[in-house]
Every structure is written in C-alpha cells, then in structure tokens.
Design a protein. Structure first.
Length: 183
C-alpha cells in the first residue's frame, strides 16, 4: 500500500512539473507587449497581446468568417484588455483622458473605427466592459495599407519636430491601419 501511494504521489508530481515546464517554455500564441512613448513631459505606455494573422480573414463581414467582424466589439488585441497608462492629461479630439490606467476597446468598421476609453483596466477581454464606465469614444478613419502585417501591432507616431503638435497611436494588422491622434 505504501509503494502504491509513493508511486501515485511521484506520478502526480511528474505530471505537475511537466505541465508547468510545458506552459512556461511554450511561447504564447499572442505574446504580451508594452510600447512606450515619452515626449514633452508625457510618459505613456500601452500594454496589449499581439495575435497573428495565420492566413485568416482579420477584418470584414461576420458572414464572411472574419476574425474581427465589422461593427462588433473587439478587445483590440487578444487575451486581456489593451490598456493605456499615462502620467499626464491626453487630449483625443475634444476629450481629455486624465492621468491613470484605462482600457481601450474598439468597434472596427470598413471606413471608420469607434475607439472607446473605459475606466476599467484589468480584466479578461472577451466580454465588453460596462458601458457606464466608458469615459468617451472617438471615431477615426480606417486606412487600407499595401503590405499585410502578420502580427497585430500598436506603436506611436511622434509629432514632427517642425510640424504641428499632434502625436498619434497607430494600430496595424493585416491590410488595415488606424491612426488615433492625441495631444
């Protein structure tokens, strides 16, 4: 009986250690990324998960099997919600996002995207956040680009040194680009 318990316990330990090693050594399907921006006393970071295209139709009509259907809620990445953290006020069109950490989610469209900033900042992204906690939303045009982007990418576009003071957050995936200007 003691040998049976010892073998059983050993088997359980081996399975647990093997599972832990598999999880910790296998790269995630949608790796977590944080991008940073620092300019004019603004320090901003955006944290998001980066899914791959993998031959799929990304943006389009639900009836065509698009991964991200037009006019439907999207967590703007994979896994957890995409979050933006800033140490100063950010102005998006006529809306002020105060310093803090917020989630960003979107409603992609063929020609325009609705970008929503929500005060909730830490949860799994499958479910749409409570709309009562939305701070504001803005609409930005969707741009078709020539070269397909395999992995969802968010980055910053700084304002030109001798141009207008307007920075931007850029979202790119497949043949779609979204530019979200801010000051």
């Amino acid at each position: 009986m003691k040998k049976f318990l010892l073998y059983s316990l050993s088997l359980i330990i081996i399975i647990l250690v093997g599972g832990f090693l598999y999880i910790s050594l296998t790269p995630p399907a949608s790796p977590l990324e944080t991008v940073n921006f620092s300019q004019d006393d603004k320090n901003i970071s955006i944290t998001y998960s980066r899914p791959y295209k993998k031959g799929r139709l990304i943006f389009g009509n639900e009836s065509d099997g698009a991964l991200v259907p037009y006019e439907k809620y999207w967590r703007t990445g994979a896994n957890n919600h995409t979050t933006i953290d800033s140490d100063s006020d950010l102005i998006f069109k006529d809306n002020i996002l105060p310093p803090g950490t917020y989630s960003i989610y979107t409603f992609p469209g063929k020609d325009n995207w609705k970008i929503v900033f929500n005060e909730t900042n830490s949860f799994w992204g499958i479910m749409q956040p409570d709309a009562e906690k939305d701070l504001f939303s803005i609409s930005v045009p969707s741009i078709t680009i020539d070269e397909s982007i395999e992995q969802f990418t968010i980055d910053f576009i700084p304002s030109p040194p001798d141009g207008p003071q307007s920075n931007a957050i850029r979202l790119r995936w497949d043949l779609t680009e979204i530019v979200i200007p801010f000051n």
